[in-house]
Design a protein around this ligand. Sequence first.
Ligand code: SF4
Ligand code: SF4
Length: 148
Amino acid sequence: MTTLAESPMTNPFANTKCGGCTALCCSYFALEIDTPDEPEDFENLRWYIIHEDVQIFVDDGDWYLQINRKCSWLDGNKCGNYENRPQICRDYSDTLCDLDGPQSDHTFRNIEELEAYRDTWVAEFEEKKRKKAKKARKKNGKRRKHGR
Ligand code: SF4
Ligand code: SF4
């Protein structure tokens, strides 16, 4: 039941997008990590993902490690230290935010999801390598033919 103190009439925040949200954007932080270039690069990613409260996502081709721990300044669903909030919080807009669903190209929540992606990635990587080697062999053959 909504009391008078909580009603949208007396609490304009309740009528905003953030007012109807459980502070999803304050419930994690994410750091950019190296984009895998070689099959071995997935080893570190496998190590990250087997930890609790961690996931990995790819956004616009950039890879991120996400730590699903809420901010210690969160007070209920509101910022408890609004005046001192870090710049990244000031810059974050609710126009297209976590409440609107995942914005990433890929999200890996567990090692199975990551390894399934890795297997496809490695197969494509090996195929590209094979094609490149074939092209190089062809080029060398032509050079020998022409005595260069
Ligand atoms: S910016 Fe989006 S995710 Fe963050 S509290 Fe507001 S509605 Fe929720
Ligand atoms: S400082 Fe405030 S706005 Fe920033 S993450 Fe923490 S609770 Fe959210």
